[in-house]
Write a protein that binds this ligand. Structure first.
Ligand SMILES: *[C@@H]1O[C@H](CO)[C@@H](O)[C@H](O)[C@H]1NC(C)=O
Ligand SMILES: *[C@@H]1O[C@H](CO)[C@@H](O)[C@H](O)[C@H]1NC(C)=O
Ligand SMILES: *[C@@H]1O[C@H](CO)[C@@H](O)[C@H](O)[C@H]1NC(C)=O
Ligand SMILES: *[C@@H]1O[C@H](CO)[C@@H](O)[C@H](O)[C@H]1NC(C)=O
Ligand SMILES: [Zn+2]
Length: 965
């Protein structure tokens, strides 16, 4: 589905702490509009990300078919003729924005029945000769009379009871006329508003996934109910109408006295309702095409954005990526056109409607003048993800939402291949480790996690369906498919995939259909053998939650696996059909040479050749192609740490990041000592690559949060300052004293990390650098000398080092900002000041809608709370004003959980726990709305933090102080 909001990756640590808050804010949005992944968040060491408990339908066996959420199998749609007319001005009689429509659906009766159930939600149906519908028999069939029809609100059906029976094998046409609200609720057919050149403009657009097509017209709204759609849109003269197919006829006409244009589209291919799209706007576009192909490729956006050239990057990469996918899937692009459109205020992120993909602006538009490398990468990867769905998901669709993980996991894996093809110099495939694998390790290591795959009967209600759109589905899906493709090899994987897509084109599948085709590809590959079938191996990864930690004893050659749990005291009460053991492909090396892959098929293997002595180390899970963590005997850990210090480049890049991440997480789980984990960071003073640094910073972030108010912090800072200074100086040199942009894609990210981490750890040269740049800008506000990549961190550090003058300047720039990303960078940076009265004033501003937009209120408070000086101020602030905040911002707001998470992230003392309990008691009458669960979790996490600090503080302190002397 739609991609979630992305956190730009160019923020570095100071920003990263904030990014975390922003990330969480967005996750909550995501929970509602569904959506997917946020990059650079869910710090693995925090273990704070929880997966909402899955509620199963507790249907007490309803009596009537219309009380079930799933359609009966008596009818199947063949084609629809839909005409929709959205009004982009308020309707005088209802005071609402509305749309009207007509729909004819032709369906075939599969089993004799006297009942028609069709999805219909929030539509007012016009009576047609006394009934809500008109039923016509086709090809000589006679339609029975309608006895009664009603709307079953809970299950979202239009129910039609017939006098006689529909005959199996016959076809019928059901006609409806209806009126709906074109609300600004982002669901179904809805409206989006924006201002251009001082003029308010309204766009009619749509978001059907997962269950909102029924809000646009009555339809059989399940993914397996594929049909052909003939769409006509009626719209105001001078506007453009778009839908899934190419427009084939546009006429100007007058309807009920209104001068309108009528646009008819070519019939779609056989497709699911959730992939439909209808858009009316006055947008402009640019055009391209796929080479040697008739496919029309267009990028649409606000006129101004197109005029300023912001669509070109997406256009430039779309053609090559479509070509890449055609080759990869061995199937040509199934449609005659590919439109991609950027919508202002599109909360979903992006949505893979077939032939008309919708995006939020930041995911499609790229402005070379003001965007950072992270902004550009977001466009690249989101486009790659959505285009991957054109085949996987759209051409071949999973039968039901319980298999959503395969659709989304697949697109989340393949997007890296598509992106890599379009930007081959970026090494983007490596980043999957940070963005997907580490991210989901954090969630999947909790006892509250859940398996990738659910049973079809467990997912029924719309809220159960939207629950499927979570990190597990996207990122774990991507991680296990990457592992699968690695042990099959990419060519075999692609061959199985292509045979699957060709066999099931325009139809529906279940996940085992893909296993069948991959297994077939294995059997037809000469010399290829697996210890078990694809089914046997993969079902262990998708039918049980979590993942193993593989422990290798290099003295004995015994290896064992165990379900990895971040909290060793947590209780797993979810049974597993495989007793929490997996079939684990282990790629490994000894003495710097890759050895033959080993399959760990049971709990323990004895006398595996992974033995070593002397200084020769064993390293397993090369490139982290497997979805598991690795632990070693102490001697081998020592060897690896010694190798890192002696010459880290001998160890593959991704594994350097992994050694750090495994060690910190194993320490959190009390499998190894905290000091052993800390020692994996010693070599960082020589590390120049982004991925290991980013992995370390994310892990150290927990230590920073736990200790930045206490005596440990001085030592911690001194140590990390020592470690990061060489990186800072390295970038000063390679950028010729900060005058050039590093050439490598990941080097650009690492430059951001170098500056933000160095400034944070008190490197004086860094403070001077950022303050001088900012000053230059203050002296000449029309000419910002700060490179877009570095803005977030430079603004933040300059404001932190400065006073009221810097703050007021940034505030003015924020108020004047015309580009959304620029305003966002300033808004987060304003929270970086260390001056208490400025922070308090900013807190007051956050509740003044004239100063901070209402939607940004809670994230602004969270930004302030992430500043160590701001945290107690923000906590006092929300305690004092809770009932006001709750009434003003609580209604339907999803960001309360993030506010509570943000403010309590550092909590690690008994006193804070007491305050939390008091807060809960004092405001029991007011309530906590969407923050209720977060408050409970905050108390739990605070208790866990208290424990962790008590157990680790002393040794951490001693370790840092030894390192610094
Ligand atoms: C649907 O519209 C198409 C094109 O306008 C027309 O050819 C077809 O007969 C219509 N089908 C139904 C069932 O109304
Ligand atoms: C639908 O009907 C209800 C009840 O009469 C009315 O309140 C609502 O405004 C109508 N909606 C539209 C979009 O016409
Ligand atoms: C319809 O009217 C619009 C605006 O009046 C005009 O720009 C357009 O060319 C007309 N289209 C056709 C097909 O006549
Ligand atoms: C798009 O491609 C053209 C031609 O290669 C190039 O000149 C232009 O800079 C590219 N634009 C962007 C934004 O990448
Ligand atoms: Zn998707």
């Amino acid at each position: 589905m739609a991609k979630g909001f992305y956190i730009s990756k160019n923020m570095g640590l100071a920003g990263l702490l904030m990014g975390a808050v922003a990330g969480v804010v967005i996750i909550a949005l995501a929970a509602v509009y569904d959506k997917e992944k946020t990059k650079n968040q869910n710090k693995p060491v925090d273990g704070v990300t929880t997966v909402s408990p899955t509620t199963s339908s507790t249907l007490s066996t309803p009596k009537n078919p219309w009380e079930y959420y799933r359609l009966p199998d008596s009818l199947s749609p063949v084609s629809y003729n839909i005409t929709l007319w959205p009004r982009l001005v308020v309707n005088a009689s209802t005071g609402l924005y509305i749309f009207t429509g007509q729909s004819d659906v032709v369906f075939r009766c599969e089993k004799e029945t006297d009942l028609i159930l069709i999805h219909c939600n929030k539509l007012n149906l016009t009576l047609l000769s006394g009934h809500r519908v008109r039923l016509t028999g086709l090809d000589g069939a006679t339609a029975p009379n309608v006895i009664s029809s009603w709307l079953q609100v809970k299950t979202e059906y239009l129910v039609i009871q017939l006098k006689g029976k529909l005959a199996a094998g016959k076809s019928y046409r059901l006609s409806t006329d209806f009126q709906g609200e074109l609300a600004d609720d982002l669901k179904g057919f809805y409206r989006s508003e924006y201002t251009e050149d001082g003029v308010k403009k309204v766009v009619a657009t749509s978001q059907m996934q997962a269950t909102f097509a029924r809000k646009a017209f009555p339809c059989f709204d399940e993914p397996a109910m594929k049909a052909v759609f003939h769409v006509t849109l009626i719209h105001q003269r001078g506007t453009v109408a778009l839908s899934n197919g190419r427009d084939v006829e546009t006429v100007n006409t007058t309807i009920d006295g209104a001068e309108v244009t009528k646009t008819r589209f070519e019939p779609t291919k056989r497709m699911s309702t959730y992939l439909l799209a209808f858009i009316v706007s006055d947008f402009a576009h640019i055009t391209g095409s796929i080479e040697n192909n008739n496919v029309l490729v267009r990028i649409w956006a606000r006129r101004k954005a197109i005029a300023e050239g912001h669509g070109y990057y997406a256009l430039n990469v779309t053609g090559p990526m479509l070509q890449f996918y055609e080759g990869y899937y061995n199937a040509s692009y199934p449609l005659s056109k590919s439109d991609q459109i950027a919508l202002p205020d599109f909360s979903a992120g992006a949505m893979e409607n077939w032939g008309l993909i919708t995006y939020r602006e930041t995911a499609l538009l790229y402005d070379p003048a003001s965007s950072s490398v992270g902004n550009k990468e977001t466009v690249l990867t989101v486009v790659a993800h959505e285009l991957a769905h054109m085949w996987f998901g759209n051409l071949v669709t999973l039968r039901w939402w319980n298999d959503l993980w395969l659709n989304e996991g697949f697109a989340s894996y393949v997007e890296y291949l598509g992106a890599d093809y379009a930007e081959p110099t970026w090494n983007i495939k490596e980043l999957i480790i940070l963005y997907e694998v580490h991210k989901v390790f954090a969630v999947d290591a909790l006892a509250s996690s859940h398996p990738l795959s659910r049973k079809e009967e467990e997912v029924n209600r719309p809220d159960e369906i939207s629950e499927m759109f979570n990190t597990i589905s996207y990122s774990k899906g991507a991680a296990v498919l990457r592992m699968l493709s690695d042990f099959l090899t990419e060519p075999v994987f692609a061959r199985g995939l292509s045979s699957y897509l060709n066999e099931f084109a325009f139809n529906n599948t279940v996940y085992s259909d893909l296993w069948d085709h991959l297994q077939k590809a294995v059997l037809t590959t000469p010399g290829m053998s697996l210890p078990h079938t694809v089914h046997d191996i993969m079902n262990r990864w998708i039918l049980q939650m979590g993942f193993p930690v593989v422990t290798i004893d290099t003295a004995t050659g015994h290896i064992t696996q165990k379900h990895f749990l971040l909290d060793p005291d947590s209780v797993v009460d979810r049974p597993s059909p495989y007793n929490y053991t997996w079939m684990v492909p282990i790629k490994w090396m000894k003495g710097g040479v890759e050895r033959e892959q080993h399959w760990l098929l049971q709990e323990t293997d004895r006398h595996v050749p992974m033995t070593t002595a002397g200084s020769e180390w064993v390293l397993a899970n090369l490139n982290v192609s497997g979805y598991y963590r690795v632990n070693y005997d102490t001697d081998n850990w020592e060897r690896l740490i010694n190798q890192l210090t002696a010459d880290h480049t001998v160890i593959p890049l991704i594994n350097r990041a992994q050694i750090v991440d495994d060690a910190f997480n194993l320490a959190r789980a009390k499998v190894i000592n905290t000091t052993l984990a800390l020692r994996t960071t010693r070599y960082l003073s020589q590390e120049r690559d982004y991925i290991p640094w980013e992995s370390a910073i994310r892990n150290l972030n927990y230590y920073i949060l736990m200790f930045d108010r206490g005596q440990v912090y001085g030592m911690l800072q001194a140590y990390l300052k020592m470690q990061v200074s060489p990186l800072f100086d390295y970038f000063r040199t390679v950028t010729a004293d900060w005058t050039r942009v590093p050439t490598g894609h990941n080097d650009q990210y690492n430059q951001i990390n170098a500056i933000s981490f160095a400034c944070r750890m008190g490197v004086e040269r860094c403070r001077v650098l950022t303050s001088v740049w900012f000053r230059e800008w203050m002296l000449n506000p029309d000419h910002n000398p700060i490179h877009p990549n570095l803005k977030t961190t430079v603004y933040c550090n300059a404001i932190a080092a400065g006073g009221v003058e810097e703050w007021d300047f940034a505030w003015t720039m924020f108020k004047n900002a015309t580009v959304a990303t620029e305003a966002a960078k300033l808004r987060s940076a304003l929270a970086c000041t260390k001056v208490p009265w400025l922070l308090n004033r900013y807190l007051d501003y956050s509740l003044d809608p004239a100063k901070i937009r209402k939607q940004d209120c809670t994230s602004t408070i969270s930004y302030i709370a992430h500043n160590v000086v701001g945290m107690p101020l923000a906590w006092d602030f929300i305690r004092a004003r809770w009932s006001y905040i709750y009434t003003e911002y609580g209604g339907g707001s999803f960001s309360f959980s993030n506010l509570i998470n943000g403010v309590t992230r550092r909590f690690s003392t008994e006193f804070e726990l007491k305050q939390l309990k008091q807060f809960k008691e004092d405001n029991a009458g007011v309530g906590f709305g969407s923050g209720t669960l977060a408050l409970e979790q905050a108390m739990e996490k605070t208790a866990a933090n208290i424990k962790w600090v008590a157990e680790n503080q002393e040794q951490v302190m001693n370790w840092f102080s030894n390192e610094c002397t």
